[in-house]
Design a protein around this ligand. Structure first.
Ligand SMILES: [Zn+2]
Length: 419
C-alpha cells in the first residue's frame, strides 16, 4: 500500500508540479530568439537572403560602373572640353570649377542610366519592394539629378580650390570642407530636400501620438511636432528617421509603419529614433564620415599626381590643380570608398546598435522591437555570419536585434509594463 500511495502521490504531485515548473522555468533569450527567427522561413527567407546578398555584388559592380563613367570622360577628352567651356564663360576659377560640375554630373549620370534603372527600378520590382510606376520613379531620379548637380558643383569647386591653394596639404582642408558640406546638407534636408519627394503632415491625435509624446517627454525630447510622410507611394517598407541638425532636427515616421505595425512595434521603432536624436547621431556621423573622406582625400593627394604626370597630357589635363583632372580624383576616391565600406558600415551600425539599446529602455517593448526587426528582414538577410555582418551591414541584422530585445526582456521580466 505504502509504495502505491507514494507513487500515487508522486503522480499527483507531477500533475501539479509540472505545469508550475514550466511556468517558472527561466526565460531563455536564445530560445525566444530562435522562436522569432523561425517565423521567417521558406521562400520568404530565401528571397530576403538573395536580395541582400545580391547587394554585396552591386557594391563592386556599382564602383566599377562609376569608374568606367569617369574613365570615358577622360579618354574621350570630354573632361577637358567641359573645362574649356567653363573657361570661356567666366574668368573666376572657383566659378569655372562649379560650372564644370554641371556637364560632368549630367554626362556621367547619362552613362550610368542603364545601371541606375537596373538597380533602382528593375531589381526592386523583381523583388516586389517598389510600389512606384516607372514614370514616378524616373521623375524622382530627375529631381535627384538636379540635387547632384548642385551638390557636386559645390564639392568640386571647394576641393579644387583647396588643391590650388595647397597642392600637398589640401586633403586636410578638404576633410573640414567635406564635414561642413555634410552638416549643411543634413541640416537643410528636412526643410528643402525631403519635401521634394514626400508630403509631411502632423501625426493625428490618438493613441500612437500619445504614446510617442509620452516617451519623448520621459527623455526631455521636444515633441511639439511629429511628422508622418507618405512613403507608401514609393515602397512598402516600414521606416522612421531623425533628420536635420540643430534647429531643423525632427523625428518622422512613414505611413507604412502606421499601417503595418501594432502600437507596440511603432513605439519600439520610435524609441529607437529618439535614441538617434538624444545621442546626437547626425552630428557624430557627419564628423565620422568627414574623417573617412579625409583619409580618402589624403591617399588621393599621394596617388593622383603620379597618374596625371603619366597620362594627364593625353587626356588634355594641365596639372593636378586643373578641374579637368576631377575624374582622376573621382576614380581614386570611388575605389577608396569601396575599400572603406566596412569602416563606413561599422560607424553607422554602432550608432544603430546604441539607438536599439536606447529604444528598448525608453519604449520597454522588447517583443514590439523584435517583431519590427522581423519585418525589416523582408529586405535584410536575417542571419548573417559574424564576418558578413561586420563587412556588409550598416544596421544590426534581424538576429542581432531580436537577440538584444530578448536579452533586455530577460533582464526586465519582473518590471511592470509601461502605461
Ligand atoms: Zn536607426
Amino acid at each position: 500500500m505504502r509504495p502505491k500511495s507514494v507513487s500515487l502521490f508522486s503522480a499527483l504531485a507531477c500533475l501539479v508540479v509540472v505545469p508550475a515548473a514550466a511556468h517558472a522555468a527561466p526565460f531563455d533569450p536564445e530560445a525566444a530568439t530562435q522562436a522569432y527567427l523561425a517565423t521567417l522561413k521558406g521562400a520568404a527567407r530565401a528571397q530576403s537572403d538573395a536580395y541582400f546578398e545580391g547587394g554585396y555584388w552591386l557594391l563592386l559592380w556599382g564602383t566599377l560602373a562609376a569608374v568606367f563613367a569617369d574613365f570615358i570622360l577622360l579618354r574621350t577628352g570630354l573632361s577637358a572640353r567641359f573645362r574649356n567651356w567653363a573657361e570661356r564663360v567666366t574668368k573666376r576659377r572657383f566659378v569655372q570649377s562649379m560650372l564644370y560640375g554641371v556637364p560632368y554630373v549630367i554626362i556621367s549620370s547619362t552613362i550610368l542610366v542603364p545601371w541606375t534603372i537596373y538597380t533602382g527600378y528593375v531589381r526592386e520590382k523583381q523583388y516586389g519592394l517598389l510600389t512606384q510606376g516607372f514614370g514616378d520613379w524616373a521623375g524622382e531620379q530627375a529631381i535627384l539629378l538636379v540635387l547632384n548637380i548642385i551638390a557636386f558643383s559645390l564639392i568640386i569647386a571647394l576641393v579644387m580650390n583647396g588643391i590650388r591653394r595647397s597642392p600637398k596639404r589640401w586633403w586636410l582642408w578638404g576633410t573640414g570642407m567635406a564635414a561642413l558640406t555634410m552638416v549643411f546638407f543634413i541640416m537643410i534636408a528636412p526643410v528643402f530636400i525631403n519635401p521634394l519627394f514626400n508630403t509631411y503632415t502632423e501625426l493625428a491625435p490618438g493613441p500612437v501620438r500619445d504614446r510617442i509624446v509620452g516617451m519623448a517627454q520621459s527623455r526631455g525630447i521636444p515633441a511639439n511636432h511629429i511628422y508622418v510622410f507618405d512613403q507608401s507611394k514609393q515602397h512598402k517598407r516600414i521606416s522612421a528617421n531623425v533628420a536635420g541638425i540643430g534647429p531643423t532636427i525632427r523625428i518622422s515616421l512613414n505611413d507604412n509603419l502606421l499601417k503595418r505595425t501594432t502600437l507596440s512595434e511603432t513605439a519600439a521603432v520610435m524609441g529607437h529614433e529618439m535614441g538617434h536624436y538624444v545621442l546626437n547621431h547626425s552630428l557624430r556621423l557627419a564628423i565620422g564620415f568627414g574623417l573617412v573622406f579625409g583619409f580618402c582625400f589624403w591617399i588621393a593627394s599621394l596617388v593622383v599626381p603620379g597618374i596625371v604626370a603619366r597620362w594627364g597630357a593625353g587626356w588634355g589635363i594641365r596639372g593636378i590643380d586643373d578641374v579637368a583632372a576631377w575624374p582622376v580624383y573621382s576614380i581614386v576616391i570611388t575605389i577608396l570608398i569601396l575599400a572603406m565600406t566596412p569602416v563606413k558600415n561599422t560607424l553607422i551600425r554602432s550608432q544603430e546598435s546604441e539607438a536599439d539599446a536606447f529604444g528598448l529602455d525608453v519604449a520597454r517593448e522588447p517583443d514590439g522591437f523584435a517583431q519590427a526587426a522581423m519585418q525589416l528582414s523582408e529586405y535584410r538577410k536575417i542571419e548573417p555570419g559574424p564576418v558578413e555582418e561586420f563587412l556588409f551591414y550598416d544596421h544590426p541584422s534581424g538576429r542581432t536585434r531580436v537577440r538584444m530585445s530578448m536579452e533586455w526582456k530577460a533582464r526586465h521580466l519582473a518590471d511592470p509594463r509601461p502605461k
